[in-house]
Ligand binder design. Structure first.
Ligand code: FAD
Length: 409
């Protein structure tokens, strides 16, 4: 029967890093990556940034040159959709019925973009931003003259897409259902700053705005109808309202999980010999007080991949990497470290008007996260502070932007 010693499902960040880490740690057996995507492993962050802007071609966003994989003896099968797992037989089943055996399975399926549930959601010109195909379709529309865009969702992906579209001189309306952008991941100070930056760059940011329907003609989108009846005419809609973890076959096979699939500190699911990593893996995170969370970041996908590879190689080390994240919008470089979940106080270091500042999130007087805008020094030193779990910080010094954070270590 067809098979490999280690089968990895997903050819994104987590899957690619898992294969790399296994080889780095001396795994000599066969590795097979199965991905439903049509392209070899590539980075996702540039999709809503440099790739959409046309500043980086596809070759420059590939995780490794194509030759790397064959040189390392890593087989990649593209267009291969895993639809079932027979965990007792140690086999995965592809959508064409083919069965592939494994000794260990690493599931790195990421997530599917959450779709709108209103009428018109499937019209042509309504796009997600999750994989290369999505962005190629947006770029094709831009090339054929689309200029009026509505972006639905004020999270990172929607905001980044809005910034690129403004750079390309498009008209952009950004709709956010909640009272502020980035509400899920950042505090009020950052949300207000980011909103004002987008407005200053000409984006029509509308908060607390619900979408009633997407309107179209000849199956092509022509506008977005809001709950108050207003219709915003447009050529294209970009939907960035989060993801749904891609774990269907795992859960159907009996793995525990409600928001994604549950994993322990070695990235093991509750099914024998099956690991899960990245966006889809719900885990107890030490930087969230052991709350069960999923993280959607390159850092988390890569670090979990390393954890799973180590565990498979018999060098078990629990996952406790400090979460970090970045976003680029206009000339703003936002860098985040730690998790601001359940913070009870914030401090702003520096002046947002100067477009270089940091927000410190504290819980019971202890820093738990930093959002740094054009302030890499604070980001780097803030990470050290969090990694060292310093909890007796002098708050006056912390609030003083003239005091380097390393002095608080
Ligand atoms: P993915 O990289 O999504 O890979 C999952 C793969 O599994 C996909 O190729 C999918 O097709 C495949 N797959 C799923 N189900 C199956 C199946 N049944 N059979 C076969 N294949 C399957 N993170 C940051 O840290 N910084 C950023 O600036 C940033 N920007 C982003 C911008 C965009 C537009 C997007 C989409 C994401 C961004 N992220 C960013 C998030 C980051 O890219 C993800 O957290 C990361 O890709 C997660 O890796 P993963 O391996 O879990 O999932």
């Amino acid at each position: 029967m067809d098979g490999a010693d280690i089968v990895i499902v997903g050819t994104g960040h987590g899957g690619a890093q898992a294969a790399i880490a296994l080889r780095q740690q001396g795994h000599e057996g066969s590795i097979l990556m199965l991905g439903r995507d049509a392209y070899p492993p590539y980075e996702r962050p540039p999709l809503s940034k440099e790739y959409l802007a046309g500043d980086k071609p596809f070759e420059r966003i590939m995780i490794r040159p194509e030759k790397f994989w064959s040189d390392k003896g890593i087989e990649i099968r593209l267009g291969a959709m895993v639809s079932d797992i027979d965990w007792m037989a140690h086999e995965v089943v592809l959508s064409d019925g083919a069965r592939i055996g494994y000794r260990k399975l690493i599931w790195a399926g990421g997530g599917d973009p959450r779709r709108l549930s209103c009428p018109g959601a499937n019209l042509k010109g309504v796009h997600a931003v999750r994989d290369r195909r999505d962005v190629d379709m947006i770029m094709a529309q831009l090339e054929s003259g689309a200029r009026r865009f509505v972006v639905i969702g004020g999270g990172y992906i929607g905001l980044e897409a809005a910034a690129v579209l403004r750079k390309l001189d498009c008209e952009v309306t950004l709709l956010e259902a909640l009272p502020r952008v980035l509400a899920r991941v950042a505090g009020e100070e950052l949300s207000r700053f980011i909103e004002s930056e987008h407005r200053a760059h000409g984006v029509d940011v509308r908060l607390e705005t619900a979408v009633e329907a997407i309107e179209g003609e000849d199956s092509q989108v022509t506008g977005v109808k809001l709950a108050d009846g207003e219709v915003i005419p447009c050529d294209a809609v970009i939907v960035g309202i989060g993801i749904v973890p891609a774990v269907g076959p795992l859960i159907a096979a009996g793995a525990a999980g409600s928001n994604g699939v549950d994993v322990d500190e070695f990235c093991r699911t509750t099914l024998d010999d099956i690991y899960a990593i990245g966006d889809c893996a719900a885990h107890a995170n030490p930087y969230a007080g052991q709350a069960i969370i999923r993280l959607e970041s390159v850092q988390n996908a890569n670090d979990m991949a390393n954890t799973a590879a180590r565990a498979i190689m018999g060098d078990k080390q629990p996952y406790h990497a400090l979460p970090w994240f970045w976003s680029n919008q206009y000339d703003l470089k936002l860098q985040t470290s730690g998790l601001s979940i359940d913070y009870d106080q914030t401090m702003v270091r520096g002046d947002p008007a100067e477009r270089k500042f940091s927000i410190v999130y504290l819980k019971e007087g202890r820093p738990i996260a930093f959002d740094c805008v054009n302030n890499t020094k604070d980001y780097v030193q803030g990470r050290k502070l969090l990694e060292n779990q310093v909890d007796d910080v002098d708050l006056d010094l912390l609030a003083d932007p003239e005091v380097p954070l390393r002095e608080l270590l």
